[in-house]
Design a protein around this ligand. Structure first.
Ligand SMILES: [Fe+2]
Ligand SMILES: [Fe+2]
Length: 218
């Protein structure tokens, strides 16, 4: 990542327009981190067009806002019972994204290309284009980040070891690019090993307390 900014100047208005739709199920946090992952992946995958991928990352999940919040966790996880809602959130995301992009008309962004990869970002599993592959890997790759793992563990109130299992058994196999797969498998291996340190050291990790800028322990 270059500099201190996550979002490119072109994408900041898109982010501001998307925010009111992202305040469900940590989608706002997920989106910012997935955007950063997409930038990293784009540096490794130059054939993917960043002006399509990055707006699509910001807007891919805005449609969850229109789904009953009580049903959200039934649509995902290890044993989803409401997979139809995954399909529905994609359709809503396309509608909302179209409205936002046609209003903002960001320079150099092919709106139809952005909408094409938002549609089906969860319900299709193959890489339909390099841009689609990067969007999907940034989205699913988030699950393997420290933030993603802790967030998902909190949703289901399960220990981190269950999330590691979910990543190993299901999620990491969905990664489509070599860079994305290395990202997901590397982070999963690191956290899995952290949970096993006691076996080799007779104790868990000796974290010193790191205080972040906000004053909260990291
Ligand atoms: Fe999604
Ligand atoms: Fe997502």
């Amino acid at each position: 990542m270059t500099g201190d900014d996550v979002f490119l100047p072109r994408d900041l208005p898109i982010w501001e327009a998307a925010r009111p739709y992202l305040d469900v199920r940590n989608n706002d946090e997920h989106t910012v981190i997935a955007y950063a992952l997409a930038k990293m992946l784009l540096a490794e995958i130059p054939e993917a067009d960043a002006s399509t991928v990055l707006p699509a990352v910001i807007l891919h999940d805005v449609g969850w806002k229109r789904i009953d919040p009580d049903l959200l966790l039934l649509a995902i996880g290890r044993n989803p019972t409401r997979k139809d809602l995954v399909f529905e959130h994609e359709k809503h995301s396309v509608e909302i994204a179209r409205e936002i992009l046609e209003r903002l008309r960001p320079e150099g962004v092919d709106i139809d290309a952005v909408l094409a990869i938002i549609d089906g970002h969860d319900t299709t599993k193959e890489a339909r284009s390099p841009e689609d592959a990067v969007l999907k890997d940034a989205d699913k790759g988030w699950r393997s980040t420290p933030h993603g793992m802790r967030t998902i563990a909190g949703w289901y109130e399960v220990p981190l070891s269950e999330i590691v299992l979910m990543l190993e058994e299901r999620s990491n196999a969905l990664m489509l690019t070599p860079a994305g797969r290395a990202l997901a498998e590397g982070q999963t291996a690191a956290v899995k090993t952290e949970l096993m340190l006691e076996r080799y050291l007779g104790r868990g990790p000796e974290f010193t307390t790191v205080i972040s800028e906000g004053g909260k322990p990291w």
